[in-house]
Design a protein. Structure first.
Length: 417
């Protein structure tokens, strides 16, 4: 298993490039199942999660090529409707094939996703929405079985704002007969990106950027070509890495409009940020101010940046409170950060972070994707050597993170232990 050896206390400076957004690409790959023919996705990074999704789509009958940053998905021969346990247990986003398979083949069998390091993560909203669209859904022997000879439009109110349930329902409703209305839909940029892709394929979805979406079902969709949006979580991770340093860093190829809340919070912490076009330059202050955050659905603070922001606050001059309302158990990184001599205490889903003058390198273990990114940032800021093990988590969602950070001056080597 690979691990990172990080020599800390390094100053980062220079330019760092953001890749395409994993959480937009995963559902868009699944959306390609809806239209027979060859779709082309541009700005697609090299990530384990995307390989897992490719594997799954191949099992279903699609042909996929990924050369450089271009991915071609030919779903002409899609004919199998099962997402097996081995793949769903590796990556929960496999549930994204449920809506497209139901819409295209009238049947889907998807292994029921289990819990993961950030909490229990139910899929009840996905299943209720498919039932509302007329599917017969039952869960048996660890599999979700769904069937519908013809999905029919319906009015659906999501009890919780869910990115996954919104996208899955959109992908089913685009080929349903009649009109579907989604209330309390998620507004994350990744949802907007899927809407853009589906509309380009010939779907009729209106209300983008709001919590109320209207989908007029169509009979056929067509393969298309589209460039993938930049990854706001990767961009945010790099901005936070730079905020832990003392030289200016420019994050390029990002979409600043997707990062408004983070930019505000970094300014509150005393950083200077200059935004121009698709670049953000950040310069950290001598000492960071403490800043409280509460994670919320977009445009609130993203839960996927909670762990990284916590690292930043471990070095602020005072006390900050960090509350995760999306995944209340997403705090596995707290104990690891305390191993680096951070001072964090946890009371239910609120972490109290008392700033310390420095972190001290140690051996730590990555528990999930974003927590591992946080540990890498902490290792770069800490004095001495930090070893982060189980970094396969990080390769799921970051394209060569060590190579990108090393260009800024970080000292990281990958070892096969
Ligand atoms: C997506 C992202 C993940 C991010 C999360 C929140 C992908 C592949 N993953 O995950 O990185 O952290 O959004 O921004 O895009 N919920 C239910 N029932 C459901 C579905 C969700 O109760 O059927 C709850 C969840 O437990 C959570 C909340 O709704 O408390 C939001 O989760 P959701 O937006 O669905 O997250 P994902 O789509 O799984």
């Amino acid at each position: 298993m690979d691990r990172f050896i990080i020599v800390g206390n390094r100053n980062l400076s220079g330019e760092i490039l953001v890749s395409g957004a994993k959480n937009a690409i995963l559902p868009i790959m699944a959306a390609c199942l809806l239209a027979p023919g060859k779709s082309v996705l541009k700005n697609v990074p090299n990530l384990i999660d995307l390989k897992t999704m490719s594997h799954l789509l191949r099992i279903i009958g699609a042909r996929i090529e990924h050369n450089g940053d271009t991915m071609t998905i030919d779903s002409t021969d899609v004919c199998y409707f099962e997402a097996p346990y081995e793949l769903v247990s590796k990556m929960r986003a496999s549930i994204y094939v449920l809506g497209p398979l139901l819409a295209r083949l009238g049947e889907a069998r998807v292994s029921f996703p289990g819990g993961c390091a950030i909490g229990t993560r139910p899929v009840d909203l996905h299943l209720q929405a498919m039932e509302s669209l007329g599917a017969i859904v039952n869960v048996e022997h660890g599999y979700i079985n769904a069937q519908a000879s013809q999905l029919a439009g319906a009015e659906i109110h999501f009890a919780i704002s869910s990115v996954g349930a919104t996208i899955n329902t959109l992908m089913a409703a685009v080929l349903a007969k009649g009109v579907t209305i989604l209330n309390n839909a998620a507004m994350e940029p990744e949802v907007d990106s899927v809407i853009d892709f589906l509309n380009k394929m010939g779907a009729r979805i209106s209300g983008k950027g709001t919590t109320s979406l209207r989908i007029e079902g169509v009979e056929h969709l067509f393969p298309v070509e589209m460039s993938m949006i930049p990854d706001r979580i990767e961009a945010g991770t790099f901005l936070i890495a730079a905020a832990l340093s003392h030289e200016p860093v420019t994050v390029t190829n990002c979409e600043p409009a997707h990062l408004t809340i983070l930019i505000d919070k970094l300014r509150e912490a005393g950083c200077q940020l200059d935004v121009y076009g698709s670049s953000i330059t950040i310069q950290a202050p001598e000492l960071l101010n403490p800043v409280n955050i509460i994670t919320l659905p977009y445009p609130g603070f993203p839960t996927d940046l909670q762990a990284q922001f916590m690292v930043l606050m471990t070095l602020a001059k005072g006390v900050s409170l960090i509350e995760d309302t999306i995944f209340p158990d997403r705090y596995m990184h707290v104990a690891e950060l305390n191993r680096l001599q951070a001072n964090i205490s946890l009371n239910r889903n609120i972490a109290t972070v008392k700033g310390v003058p420095k972190l001290s390198g140690a051996e730590v273990m990555a528990t999930d994707l974003r927590a591992s990114a946080a540990l890498v940032l902490a290792g770069i800021a800490a004095e001495g050597q930090t070893i982060v093990s189980r970094i396969y988590h990080i390769d799921r969602g970051y394209d060569r993170i060590e190579t990108k950070l090393m260009k800024l001056g970080a000292k990281i080597s990958r070892e096969n232990a």
